[in-house]
Design a protein around this ligand. Sequence first.
Ligand code: FMN
Length: 194
Amino acid sequence: MSSPRILVISSSTRPGRIGPAVATWLAAAIEADGRFAVDLADLAELDLPLMDEPNHPRQRRYVHDHTKAWSARVDAADAFFVITPEYNHSFPASIKNAVDYLHHEWANKPVAFASYGGVSGGLRAVTALKPVFTALRAMPIPEGVVIPNVFAQLLGGMFTPSAPNLEGLGLALDELARWTPALRVLRTGVAQAA
Ligand SMILES: Cc1cc2nc3c(=O)[nH]c(=O)nc-3n(C[C@H](O)[C@H](O)[C@H](O)COP(=O)(O)O)c2cc1C
């Protein structure tokens, strides 16, 4: 049986952003863990326009190639790890836009978060994002990676995880590994052997 697939989504899009440094570390650490096959989506590279589909995503009648490509990528994932900075005590518009494009593709899959910012560690962004995902029947898990004062963990553009970051990642992967086969049953009606 092949490994379940996790889509790591890096949300920030501005020039000079920190997001890719965190994303590079996180994707490599998940790969090294070995339980998931990793796909990394950088929303700046994806470059989705502001939601421009004429039909409700529930209908899956997408007219734009960018939506069809994003749909296929999210559909292929069994779990998500969303990396988000905190902008004005919430999440950046880029992640809401990328989520709003689709509907069924998110459903019955677990979502973990890695957040960063100042003293809050981006937790207000995560708290605001959770109900967005539950509206789509995705399952946010409580365990995750919280990075307060992210600037202090950057050296020469490279992110160095703290001990709590590594512990949070391990706990999140344990929980994702529990939820992923359980939610697959809801999507397919078929249990996957452990
Ligand atoms: C528009 C904007 C709003 C911000 N608001 C917050 C905030 O509410 N809380 C916080 O901890 N940091 C805030 N910051 C600081 C960010 O955490 C920091 O700039 C971080 O590097 C942003 O992630 P990025 O570099 O990947 O874009 C804000 C930054 C920007 C650009």
